[in-house]
Design a protein around this ligand. Structure first.
Ligand SMILES: Nc1ncnc2c1ncn2[C@@H]1O[C@H](COP(=O)(O)OP(=O)(O)O)[C@@H](O)[C@H]1O
Ligand SMILES: [Mg+2]
Length: 370
């Protein structure tokens, strides 16, 4: 899979893309929201834009949709130029062959589910019989076939979001844009709809761009994740690659649950205030920021363990279900640790030895701010 992606990246120049954004800039007054953004989305791909609030995700989506006029750059959808600042091209949202689902459902509460979903077909003057058939199909696809004649105001939040999804795909758009579509729902429902959404997208094969600030959602849904920061792209990678091999401290910190410590790296070892660990870090010797994922610790590593070891005293022990969360004191350092719950739950005051593999000891040179 990774190989295939790498090949794709190399062949990118010749391939027809579903969406191609180049050199996108957007300023709001003096503030820069997007800077020189490039995005190449393959046909059928599920691309996720991930990043903290304010990093420019929504501005990117609104620019692609035609709801925001970028300051400069070009946008192609399905091989058609829909925006080009230098040529004065700026197609209306309705002429971009795009479906959209946003955080707020934007459906009419006093209309029925069917009326909501068939609205785009009506606007495009699709013949009534064909329209009815398409509405039936998409309602079945989102599991609302039995709710068609119900008033939208009678629906739950999850059902409303399914109506919004059905409406966005009823015109079979070339590209589907989803901006935090699940963030108004509670955690359980969010996870359920996340799986449904992925199934629907796989069945339809619709190229999708999905925005979230939730790393778990991004990792679960994406073919590739685009990690954004302050209006620029920090890293683009498949979920596992991004999770295992973050290229920057920002990327490392953004994913997983992290212990962030300052230390000094030299010759494959990082020296910290209270302990030292072997590291796969191959950068120059010197001051580093070290990221240790809470979930990368192994409790009581075997005798033959090739990685590093740290011994400390448990201060807090919490059972989370399938995992245990420990706060472990090692001198002046408090480590957050997540280990699978097997059978034993250690108690505060107990001594614990933790193993860490050298490849999981991620170090990044400390940047001296000038
Ligand atoms: N209409 C607007 N007017 C002024 N500033 C805006 C507007 N929309 C977004 N911004 C600013 O642009 C930046 C990016 O915002 P946005 O794209 O909404 O981020 P995200 O969706 O990642 O949270 C933020 O600093 C935000 O305050
Ligand atoms: Mg946003």
């Amino acid at each position: 899979m990774l190989q295939e992606r790498a090949t794709f990246e190399a062949a990118n120049a010749g391939e027809e893309l579903a969406v191609n954004v180049q050199g996108l800039h957007k300023k709001f007054g003096k503030a820069t929201a997007l800077e020189s953004l490039d995005l190449a989305v393959r046909k059928g791909e599920f691309l996720v834009l991930l990043g903290p609030s304010g990093c420019g995700k929504t501005t990117t989506m609104r620019s692609i949709a035609g709801l925001e006029v970028p300051t400069s750059g070009t946008i192609e959808v399905g091989g058609q130029v829909v925006f080009d600042s230098s040529k004065g091209i700026d197609r209306a949202p309705a002429d971009r062959n795009i479906g959209m689902v946003f955080q707020s459902y934007a459906i009419w509460p006093h209309r029925t589910v069917r009326e909501n979903v068939s609205f785009p077909l009506k606007m495009q003057k699709v013949p009534r019989k064909e329209a009815a058939q398409r509405v039936d199909e998409v309602l079945a696809l989102v599991g609302l076939e039995a709710q068609g004649s119900r008033s939208a105001s009678m629906l739950s939040g999850g059902q409303m979001q399914r109506v919004a999804l059905a409406r966005s795909i009823v015109m079979s758009p070339a590209v589907l844009l989803l901006d935090e579509p699940l963030s108004n729902l509670d955690a359980k429902l969010r996870e359920k709809l996340r799986v449904e959404l992925k199934q629907t997208q796989q069945r339809l094969g619709t190229t999708s761009i999905y925005v979230t600030h939730d790393q778990a959602e991004a990792l679960a849904l994406a073919d590739r994740v685009v990690l954004m920061r302050n209006g620029v792209i920090e890293q683009v990678a498949a979920p596992l690659e991004l999770y295992r091999n973050p290229k920057t401290l920002f990327a490392a910190e953004f994913l997983g649950t992290n212990n962030l410590l300052k230390g000094r790296a030299e010759n494959g070892t990082v020296l910290l205030d209270d302990f030292s660990l072997p590291t796969a870090y191959a950068g120059p010797a010197g001051d580093v920021s070290m990221c240790l994922r809470a979930e990368d610790f192994t409790e009581n590593p075997p005798e033959a363990w090739a990685g590093g070891r740290v011994t400390g005293r448990i201060e807090v022990s919490s059972l989370l279900g399938s995992q245990i969360q420990y706060s472990v004191r090692v001198g002046g350092t408090l480590l957050e640790v997540l280990v699978p719950f097997v059978e034993r739950l250690a108690a505060p005051g107990d001594t614990i030895t933790l193993g860490v593999k050298a490849q999981d000891v991620r170090c990044f040179p400390t940047v001296v701010e000038s």
